[in-house]
Design a protein. Structure first.
Lengths: 188, 144, 654, 309
C-alpha cells in the first residue's frame, strides 16, 4: 500500500468544499463504523462508507473522487439514520458524486449513463419515458440486451407506454435546466 | 496593540468576580496586550449589574459599556447570568430610544481561564467604539 | 474621612510601565485623601507594616491598595488593616497590574488608566461601611440521601467520626446498584460478599437512623441548620411486625409484578422482599399488581402472615429531622432497552442490558446463576456484547461516556467463559476505556486468556434468523461488514441521571448539568462540594463512576462534613444582602428571583409585609439588588451607591 | 370527519410501470371519501438522478410541482411514490431552512413556491388522517391464507428529520393499516432494508442480490406475500423475481402487492380494477382464497385490540 504524505497530500480546500456544499461537518465523524455496518451496499463498495468519511477527514480528494463507492451509493439513508454523530452521511456521498461529476471523475460509467439518460428524457418530455430510457441506455451502453428478459413481461402487461407523454409545461422544465446551466457557466 | 492615535475613548466594563474578572486577570498574567481605553468595575455576579448602572455610565460620559459574566450554566450563583442576560437584552433594545447606538453596549461571557478570549473581546469592542466615535447625547435629554 | 492610598511597584512589574509616582501625586489632589505613597513590594512584610504604620501615624480610616488583582491579595491586605484596628471592609484594591501594567506597553496611557482606576477605588472606599460577620450554632447531625455504596460509605464514615446520621433510601432496601452486581472488576470478587457486611453495619450502627422506602419531601434552612421533611411511603406492611419470613411472598397469587430489583428480567410477586440480603429485610406490597388493590379481593397475605403485619390501609407518613449538613448520594439510572429499536430492544427477548445480565449471572438472581437466555431458557453458545449503547451518541442526546461499561463488559465476558467454557463471546467496541489501576491488564486478559473476540466497530442492526439473532456490525479495522450469529446479546446501555434528579436538586438548591447530574463546586479542587454550602456530593449522582471512585467520594464527603462539624460555631460572610424595611414595598420580586431561596416574607409589627434576607443562606450574588424596584434590598459591600460612586469617578476622569 | 381534499402528485412511475398502484390507491381513496385532485401539468420530480447531478436542480424540480399545488389552493400533497415524496419534502424543507436556496430556486422555476404545502406519503394519509375503525368498516372480504410481510423500503420513513412520520427503525403504519383491514402481517425485520433502489438497469446484479435478501427474509418470517408502498421496490421484487431466482438458484414465487391493492381486495374492489393481473409473479391464489367476511356486529371484534393498546 502506498505511503501517504499527509503534510503534502492533505487537501484542506477539498474538505471545506465538501463541508460547504453538503452543509455537513466531516470532522464530527468519530469512525464508529455504524454507517458501514448498516450500509446495504458495503459489499459492493471499494471503500466502505466510513472509510470514505475517513479519507475525507484526511483530505484525500483523488482517492475519494476515483472511488466506485460514491457512485454505487443508492441514497438509502441508512447511514444518515443511524449515525450517532448526526451526520447526514448520504448527503455527503451525494455531494461527493456531484463534485466527481463536475470534475470529470467517473468510475461507474453505467450509473452515470443511466442518470444522464433519465435526465435527458425528463428534459425532453417534462416527464420520464421509461421505455425510452431503457432503449437509449441500452444503445449508449452497448449492452443492448440489458433486461430484455423483462421486456415482454412489462409490455404484455400493458404497464409501460410505447410513446412518451409530453406535458404542456415541458418548456418550463427545460428552462429550469437551462437557467441552472447558465448559472454554473456564469459563475466560472 | 498600539492605538493609532493616543486619543482614548471612555469605556467602562462591569465584570463578575468569578469568571470574567478572573479571565481578565488570566489575560494579564499571560501578557495578552489590549487597548487601554477600558476601566473595570468588579461586581460579584453579572446578575448584580443593574441596567441603571449602564444608563448612568452613558449619561455621565461613557462612550461604551461592556458587561461580562460567566458562561451560561457556569454561573457561580447557578443562574445569575440568566437574569443578567434577560435584563441586559431588554436594555439593549431600549438604548436607541435614548438616542444611544446599541452597539455601544455589549454583554458577553468569558470564563476565568479564557485570557485569550478576554483579549479578543476587549480589542474588538474597543474597535467598535472607536468606529462609532465619542458619544454625544442631545442636550436636555433626561431619563425619567 | 481620611483615605490612605498605597501604590505598589511590584518590583518592575508595575513600575516598569506605569508612572507610580505620578499616580500617587494625582491621588493627593482628591479631597479626602490624607496620604498617598508608593512602595516596592507592598505585600511583603515590610510593605504591610508600612500600611499599618501609616494608618496609625496619619489617622487613616480608609485604605486603597493599588497593586495586583484582589483575587490575589485582597485577604492579605484585609488582614493587615485589621491589625491596625480598622474594619477589614474599609479596604479596597485597585488592580493596576493584571489589568494595566501587564496588558499595555504605553506608559503614558497606562498611567492615565491607573489614575482613573485608583480614583474609582478611592470613590468606592469612601462609601464603604464596616461589616461584621456573625456566628451561629450548628446541628451536628448529617443527612445522607441514597443508600448505594457511596451513601453507605459516607454514612459509616460519619458515624465512625462520632456523628449521628440520618440515611434516606428511596427503594425498599439499601445497597443500590452494587447490590445487583454479580462480581466486580478488576478483581472479580463477589459484589454482595463485600457489600453485604457493609449493609449489615449500616443496619446495626446505633448512630445511623435508616429510613428505607422514603423520600425527601422538603428541605428548609441553611448550612448548620436544616430542617428536613421525609416522606415514608406506604409499604402496606407494618415493618415493626414483619420478620421477613417470606411466607406471604410464597403464597401471593399475583405472580406477574414487575421486578424493579431484577430490572424486569423475571416477574416477582405483588408482595415481595426485593432480594435475600435486603436491608431492611421486610416485605412490601406493590399496589399496581396486588389483587386486593386492583379488584378489591384476595387478602391471602393478610391471612398467611404469622405476625399480622399486613395493613392495606397504610398511608404515607411525614417525619421531620434536623441536620447540619447533607450528603447527596443518589446514584444513577440506566437507559431503557426500548431505546434501541435497531437492535430490537424490547422486541427480542434475548436482547438484554448489562444490568439484566448481572442478574442472570448472579447466584441469587432469577436463574440461580445459571446463564440461560430469557426466550427459551437455553444456555447460549455465542454471546455478543455491544458497547456504548446510547452513550457517546449525540443522536440520542448523550454525548458523554458512561465510564464503567467497557470494564463490566470485559468482566461479564470473562464470567461467561467461566460459567460456560464452551461459549464464545464477542465484543463490539469503539474504544476500550480502562484507565484505572489494573484495568487495562484486565481487558487484555479477557482477550488474551479468555479468548473474547473484540471487534472494533459499531453494530447497526440485529434481526432474528431461526433461533439465532444476527448481529450485523462493522469491523472498521478491516473495513468490512461482519455478522455474528448470536444466542444472546447484551447491550451496555447508557448511564443516565435519575428521573427525579432535577426535582431533588431544586429542593436542595444545588445545580445540575444538562444531563441531570449534580454539579460540583470545582471539577478538580472541590469535587465533592456543591455551590450551596453544607451540601456535599458522593458517587454516581455527579456523573457515571465505578465503585472505587464512588466509595472514595463517599469517604471524601464524610471527611468534609467532619471538618465542618469540628467547629462549634460557624461564621457568616457579611457580604450579604440587607433589606431596609422602611423602603421595601413588599412586592416580593426579590423573593422570586433569589436563586438560593434566601429571602422570605416577614410581617412587621404594624402588619406590613416586607422582605427579609436570611443571612446564612444568602450567597451574596446581588441579583435581588438589581431586581428590587425601590432599591430597598442592598448587597452589602456592593450597594448601588458604592458601584455608582465608581461609575461617577470613572466619568469625572474625562 | 374526512372529506378533505388533497392534491395528488402521482409521479411518472404511477403513470406507467406502477399503474396498478395508482389505480388501486384511487379506488381506496374513493371508498374512504378521500378527495384527491391532480395538479395540472405536473412534471417529473427528478427522482434520484437529479440530486446526483445538482442539488439545486432536484430542489427546483420538486419546487415547481409544489408551486402548482399551491396555486390549486391545497395545503397537502399526497406523493404515493417514496422517491417523489422525498424529493418534494426535501425541496420544501431546504427552501424553508435556507432563504438563499429559496431565492435561487424561485428564480429558475416559472411560478415561485411559498412554502405553503406539506408533502405526505399515501401511507401517512391513511395512517394519520383515517381512523382505523373507518378502514375496518369498509372490509367485506377476508383472506385467511394470506400472511403479509410489510415492506416499507428505505425512504418513506428515513431519515426521520425529512420524513417526519412513523418510526425510522421500526415503522408500523403499514402494519396497522393492513391489520385494521383484517390482513395478517408477520414480524418482518427487514422492513427498511434497501432493495437496490434505482440501480435496476445500471447495476442489475446488485439489485438482484439485495432484493434476494428481502424476499428471503420475508419467506423466513413466514410470509407468503409482500406488501409494498414504492414502485421501485415493487419492480425490484416482483419484476426481477425471475432474475433473482436464476442468479441465486432460488425458487421464489412470492407475490408482491401494493398495500393499496390488498386494501382494495378486502374492500371488495374487483381484482381487475386493482391491476392484480398486472403483477408479474402470479397472485391469483390470493383472489381465489378470498371469502366473504362475516359482518362484525358492533365493536365486539375490536375490544381485545383496545385492551392491548
Ligand atoms: C451492569 C453493571 C455492572 C457494573 N459492574 C461494576 C463493577 O464490576 N465494578 C465497579 O466498580 N462498578 C461496577 N458498576 C458500577 C456501579 O454500579 C456504580 O459504580 C455504583 O453503583 C455507584 O454507586 P452509588 O452509590 O453512587 O450509586 P447507586 O448504586 O445507584 O446507589 C444510589 C442509591 O440511591 C437511591 N436513591 C436514588 N434517588 C434517591 C432519592 N431521590 N432519595 C433517596 N434515595 C435515592 C437509590 O435507590 C440507590 O439505592 C457496574 C454498573 C453496571 C450498570
Ligand atoms: C504532562 C502531564 C499533564 C497533566 N495534565 C493534567 C491535567 O490537565 N489535568 C489533570 O487533572 N491532571 C493532569 N496530570 C496529572 C497530574 O499531574 C496528577 O494527577 C497530579 O499531579 C497528582 O497529584 P499528587 O499530589 O498525587 O502527586 P504529585 O503531583 O506527583 O506530588 C507528589 C509530591 O510528593 C513529593 N514527594 C515524592 N516522594 C516524596 C518523599 N519520599 N518524601 C517527601 N516528598 C515526596 C514530590 O516531590 C511531589 O511534590 C498531568 C500529568 C502530566 C504528566
Ligand atoms: S456512522 Fe457517522 S460517526 Fe460513525 S463512522 Fe459513519 S459517519 Fe462516522
Ligand atoms: S445512503 Fe449510500 S452510503 Fe449510506 S447506507 Fe445507503 S447506500 Fe450506503
Ligand atoms: S501586592 Fe501584588 S503587586 Fe504588590 S508586590 Fe505584592 S504581588 Fe506584586
Ligand atoms: S409480611 Fe408477614 S409473612 Fe410477609 S415476610 Fe413479613 S412477617 Fe413474613
Ligand atoms: S393481597 Fe395482594 S399482595 Fe397479598 S397475597 Fe393477595 S395479591 Fe398478593
Ligand atoms: S465506558 Fe466504554 S462502553 Fe461505556 S460508554 Fe465509555 S467507551 Fe462506551
Ligand atoms: S423587591 Fe425590594 S421592595 Fe420588593 S419585596 Fe424585595 S426588597 Fe421589598
Ligand atoms: S444576594 Fe443573591 S443570594 Fe443573597 S438574597 Fe440576594 S439574590 Fe439571594
Amino acid at each position: 500500500m502506498k505511503v501517504i504524505n499527509i503534510t503534502k497530500e492533505f487537501d484542506s480546500k477539498f474538505i471545506e468544499q465538501v463541508a460547504k456544499e453538503s452543509g455537513e461537518n466531516p470532522y464530527l465523524c468519530y469512525q464508529c463504523g455504524n454507517c458501514t455496518a448498516g450500509c446495504p451496499f458495503t459489499e459492493f463498495f471499494d471503500y466502505p462508507v466510513s472509510q470514505i468519511m475517513r479519507l475525507l477527514q484526511q483530505g484525500q480528494k483523488e482517492t475519494i473522487l476515483r472511488s466506485k463507492a460514491i457512485w454505487l451509493c443508492a441514497t438509502c439513508e441508512t447511514c444518515t439514520t443511524r449515525c450517532p454523530c448526526q451526520i447526514d452521511v448520504a448527503q455527503i456521498m451525494d455531494t461527493l458524486r456531484v463534485i466527481a461529476r463536475r470534475e470529470n471523475y467517473v468510475s461507474e460509467k453505467e450509473i452515470k449513463l443511466f442518470f444522464d439518460t433519465f435526465l435527458e428524457s425528463l428534459k425532453k418530455h417534462g416527464r420520464v419515458f421509461e421505455l425510452g430510457i431503457l432503449l437509449a441506455y441500452n444503445l449508449k451502453s452497448g449492452k443492448i440486451f440489458t433486461d430484455v428478459d423483462l421486456g415482454p413481461k412489462v409490455l404484455l402487461k400493458g404497464k409501460i407506454h410505447l410513446l412518451p407523454t409530453k406535458i404542456k409545461g415541458q418548456e418550463k422544465v427545460e428552462s429550469i435546466f437551462r437557467k441552472l446551466a447558465e448559472r454554473v457557466s456564469g459563475n466560472e | 496593540m498600539p492605538q493609532e492615535s493616543k486619543k482614548e475613548l471612555r469605556i467602562i466594563g462591569f465584570l463578575c468576580n468569578w469568571c470574567s474578572y478572573g479571565g481578565a486577570d488570566t489575560a494579564g498574567v499571560s501578557r495578552f496586550k489590549q487597548p487601554t481605553d477600558l476601566r473595570i468595575v468588579r461586581v460579584p455576579c453579572s446578575g448584580r449589574v443593574d441596567p441603571l448602572f449602564v444608563v448612568r455610565a452613558f449619561l455621565s460620559g461613557a462612550d461604551g459599556v461592556l458587561v461580562s459574566g460567566c458562561h451560561p450554566r457556569d454561573c457561580h450563583y447557578s443562574d445569575g447570568n440568566y437574569y443578567a442576560r434577560r435584563r441586559l437584552e431588554m436594555l439593549k433594545r431600549l438604548l436607541p430610544f435614548f438616542g444611544i447606538d446599541d452597539r455601544r453596549f455589549h454583554y458577553t461571557w468569558v470564563s476565568a481561564s479564557e485570557g485569550e478570549r478576554w483579549q479578543r473581546v476587549v480589542t474588538e469592542f474597543t474597535k467598535v467604539i472607536h468606529g462609532l466615535g465619542p458619544l454625544k447625547i442631545e442636550e436636555g435629554e433626561e431619563i425619567g | 474621612m481620611r483615605v490612605g492610598v498605597f501604590i505598589c511597584h511590584c518590583g518592575n512589574n508595575i513600575a516598569g510601565t506605569v508612572d507610580v509616582q505620578k499616580v500617587a501625586e494625582e491621588m493627593r489632589k482628591i479631597p479626602g485623601v490624607a496620604y498617598s505613597t508608593t512602595y516596592v513590594y507592598t505585600c511583603s512584610e515590610p510593605g504591610q507594616n508600612e500600611i499599618i504604620e501609616a494608618i496609625k501615624k496619619y489617622k487613616l480610616d480608609r485604605v486603597v491598595v493599588a497593586a495586583c488583582s484582589p483575587r490575589m491579595h485582597e485577604l492579605t491586605f484585609r488582614k493587615a488593616v485589621e491589625k491596625a484596628s480598622l474594619n477589614r471592609y474599609f479596604l479596597e484594591m485597585a488592580n493596576i497590574r493584571e489589568h494595566i501594567s501587564w496588558v499595555g506597553d504605553d506608559k503614558e496611557l497606562n498611567t492615565q488608566k491607573a489614575i482613573d482606576v485608583v480614583r474609582m477605588a478611592v470613590a468606592k472606599v469612601m462609601n464603604n461601611k464596616p461589616l461584621f460577620s456573625s456566628s451561629f450554632k450548628l446541628t451536628k447531625r448529617v443527612l445522607v440521601i441514597g443508600g448505594g455504596v457511596a451513601g453507605m460509605q459516607a454514612a459509616l464514615d460519619c458515624a465512625d467520626g462520632g456523628l449521628d446520621v440520618v440515611l434516606v433510601e428511596k427503594s425498599p432496601s439499601i445497597g443500590g446498584m452494587m447490590a445487583r452486581l454479580d462480581k466486580t472488576f478488576p478483581t472479580i470478587d463477589c459484589s454482595i460478599c463485600i457489600l453485604g457486611p457493609k449493609m449489615v453495619d449500616v443496619a446495626q450502627n446505633e448512630r445511623i437512623k435508616l429510613y428505607a422506602y422514603s423520600e425527601i419531601e422538603d428541605v428548609k434552612g441553611y448550612i448548620g441548620n436544616y430542617e428536613v421533611t421525609i416522606r415514608k411511603k406506604a409499604t402496606y406492611v407494618d415493618w415493626n411486625k414483619c420478620t421477613g419470613c417470606g411466607l406471604c411472598m410464597e403464597k401471593c397469587p399475583s405472580k406477574n409484578a414487575y421486578d424493579y430489583f431484577n430490572f424486569g428480567i423475571a416477574p416477582t410477586r405483588a408482595i415481595n422482599i426485593p432480594f435475600p440480603q435486603a436491608i431492611p429485610k421486610k416485605a412490601k406490597i406493590d399496589p399496581n399488581y396486588c389483587r386486593y388493590f386492583l379488584k378489591g379481593k384476595c387478602g391471602v397475605c393478610a391471612k398467611i402472615c404469622p405476625t399480622k403485619a399486613i395493613d392495606y390501609d397504610m398511608k404515607d407518613e411525614l417525619v421531620k429531622e434536623d441536620v447540619g449538613a447533607i450528603i447527596v448520594a443518589t446514584g444513577y439510572s440506566l437507559m431503557g432497552v426500548e431505546n434501541f429499536p435497531e437492535y430490537g430492544g424490547g422486541k427480542y427477548k434475548d436482547v438484554i442490558t448489562g444490568i439484566q445480565y448481572e442478574r442472570i449471572l448472579n447466584a441469587s438472581g432469577p436463574t440461580g446463576g445459571h446463564i440461560k437466555r430469557p426466550s427459551d431458557g437455553k444456555e447460549p453458545e455465542t454471546v455478543v456484547f455491544i458497547s456504548c449503547c446510547g452513550s457517546r451518541d449525540k443522536s440520542v442526546g448523550i454525548p458523554y461516556c458512561s465510564n464503567f461499561c467497557c470494564m463490566y463488559i470485559a468482566k461479564q465476558a470473562i464470567l461467561t467463559k467461566d460459567h460456560l467454557p464452551k461459549s464464545q463471546s464477542y465484543v463490539f467496541y469503539m474504544d476500550i476505556r480502562a484507565p484505572g489501576k489494573g484495568y487495562d491488564e484486565f481487558t487484555r486478559r479477557a482477550q488474551e486468556e479468555y479468548g473474547v473476540r473484540y471487534i472494533r466497530g459499531r453494530v447497526s442492526k440485529i434481526y432474528p434468523r431461526g433461533e439465532k439473532l444476527i448481529v450485523r456490525g462493522a469491523d472498521t479495522l478491516l473495513g468490512i461488514q461482519v455478522e455474528v450469529e448470536a444466542d444472546l446479546v447484551v447491550l451496555a446501555n447508557a448511564v443516565i441521571s435519575n428521573p427525579d434528579a432535577a426535582k431533588l436538586a431544586e429542593k436542595l438548591r444545588i445545580s445540575y448539568d444538562t444531563f441531570g447530574f449534580y454539579v460540583e463546586s470545582h471539577p478538580k479542587l472541590r469535587p465533592v462540594e456543591t455551590n450551596t454550602s453544607g451540601v456535599f456530593l458522593a458517587g454516581a449522582c455527579q456523573g457515571p463512576k465505578d465503585i472505587p471512585a464512588s466509595v472514595s467520594q463517599g469517604s471524601a464527603a464524610a471527611s468534609k462534613v467532619l471538618a465542618l462539624f469540628s467547629k462549634d460555631v460557624l461564621e457568616s460572610d457579611p457580604q450579604v444582602s440587607y433589606v431596609n424595611p422602611n423602603v421595601c414595598v413588599g412586592c416580593m420580586k426579590c423573593v422570586k428571583t433569589c436563586p438560593f431561596g434566601a429571602i422570605k416574607e416577614e410581617e412587621l409589627r404594624d402588619g406590613r409585609k416586607v422582605a427579609k434576607v436570611i443571612e446564612t443562606v444568602c450567597a451574596g450574588c446581588g441579583i435581588c439588588t438589581s431586581t428590587c424596584p425601590c432599591g430597598a434590598i442592598q448587597l452589602q459591600h456592593f450597594t448601588d451607591n458604592q458601584i455608582l460612586a465608581e461609575v461617577y469617578a470613572f466619568a469625572s476622569g474625562k | 370527519m374526512n372529506n378533505r381534499r388533497y392534491a395528488y402528485y402521482s409521479g411518472c412511475s404511477l403513470e406507467s410501470t406502477a399503474r396498478e398502484y395508482n389505480e388501486s390507491l384511487k379506488e381506496v381513496f374513493r371508498l374512504l371519501n378521500i378527495e384527491i385532485k391532480e395538479p395540472e401539468d405536473w412534471s417529473c420530480c427528478g427522482s434520484s438522478p437529479a440530486h446526483t447531478v445538482d442539488p439545486l436542480l432536484a430542489c427546483a424540480l420538486g419546487a415547481r410541482n409544489l408551486a402548482l399545488v399551491e396555486k390549486m389552493g391545497l395545503d397537502v400533497v399526497i406523493a404515493p411514490c417514496p422517491s417523489c415524496f422525498t424529493v418534494l419534502k426535501r425541496a420544501h424543507l431546504k427552501m424553508k431552512k435556507d432563504p438563499e436556496v429559496r431565492k435561487k430556486v424561485n428564480e429558475v422555476i416559472d411560478e415561485p413556491y411559498n412554502l405553503k404545502v406539506s408533502p405526505k406519503s399515501a401511507l401517512q394519509i391513511l395512517y394519520e388522517d383515517v381512523p382505523p375503525e373507518k378502514i375496518s368498516e369498509m372490509v367485506v372480504y377476508e383472506i385467511p391464507e394470506l400472511k403479509v410481510a410489510p415492506y416499507y423500503g428505505c425512504i418513506v420513513t428515513r431519515p426521520p428529520e425529512v420524513a417526519e412520520f412513523d418510526d425510522a427503525e421500526n415503522p408500523i403504519s403499514m402494519d396497522r393499516i393492513l391489520e385494521s383491514a383484517g390482513i395478517e402481517v408477520c414480524d418482518f425485520p427487514f422492513k427498511t432494508e434497501c432493495c437496490g433502489a434505482a440501480f435496476g438497469i445500471a447495476k442489475k446484479e446488485i439489485v438482484n442480490r439485495l432484493s434476494y435478501k428481502v424476499i428471503q427474509m420475508a419467506k423466513d418470517s413466514g410470509a407468503n406475500c409482500i406488501a409494498v408502498c414504492c414502485p421501485l421496490c415493487q419492480q425490484n421484487l416482483d419484476l426481477r423475481q425471475g432474475q433473482i431466482n436464476r442468479l441465486m438458484g432460488t425458487n421464489f414465487q412470492i407475490p408482491v402487492l401494493y398495500f393499496s391493492q390488498l386494501l382494495g381486495l378486502v374492500f371488495g374492489i374487483s381484482p381487475k380494477r386493482l391491476g392484480i393481473d398486472k403483477l408479474v409473479v402470479d397472485a391469483s391464489w390470493i383472489t381465489r382464497s378470498m371469502r366473504k367476511a362475516e359482518k362484525k356486529v358492533g365493536n365486539k371484534e375490536k375490544e381485545p385490540e383496545a385492551e392491548e393498546e
